[in-house]
Design a protein around this ligand. Sequence first.
Ligand SMILES: [Zn+2]
Length: 287
Amino acid sequence: MQMQEFPKHALDNPVKNGSGELTIEPELIGTEYQHELEQKRATEVEELNEHMRPYKFPLRDRVKALGKEDLFAELQEYAQTEICDKLNVAFPAGEIPSEAQMVDIRDFARANLKFIAGMARSFAMHHREPDPYRVGGAALVYRNVPPGENPWAVLFDANTKLDKELTPAPSPEGEKWCAEQNLMDRITKPQDSSEEGVQRIVSMVIVGEARPDDVSIQQDVKQITLTPCYICRRRMLFDKQLTGGESPILPPDTEVYSIDANHDWRDKYQKVRDLPNFHKDKNLQEI
Ligand SMILES: [Zn+2]
């Protein structure tokens, strides 16, 4: 393939809060330019993760700070009995289920994951009063465990927007970290042995108030649910820990199921690979 001229100016100005104009034209797909673009997006993911370190508040510590240990324990028990134990009967440790089986597994688990993600909104920390902005998330995952152990786990978490004092507190000046980001952190940096060895995210479920993110709002994208924002979409597509290798933890066909917290009949299934087109992120397309 003939090499395209490399539009360096575009790489120098990545999209941030919708201010950039980085695009990838169809004729550039498969070129060195695309490769560079992927590298740049991956680096941005790493840099943001590093920047966010002082603003992250691990779920178990947050649960204690919020005094919600009972709810946390109830949700864990619910996920175990209603989802993980049942899946373990049909799909025990060993070979990861086929893509066709994944379809059945998502159908089986969707309603319960929606319930868990909705309840996990209670673990949000956000400054808005009297009604904090709350987004709950749940991820159904398959783990690499020894024979006889249950490979299934449901991780749940919520959004935070915290300052970086020693005692994290919600703050308008804080840095936002979405439920999806907190969930992805739990897989890339497990906080508990039950979160270790994740081989595959089967489904990611998000419950929040429907609204467009800072980037897609400029494209006039209407929302019936809260779908992953720009930085989440970018990480879902470019975090090397999640998307790298022959059998990635978060392949582009992973389902993202989103539900409007205020009207739970408004829901939507999308694949990760469909999110950029839906949000008109030209710079993330066709990867
Ligand atoms: Zn997000």
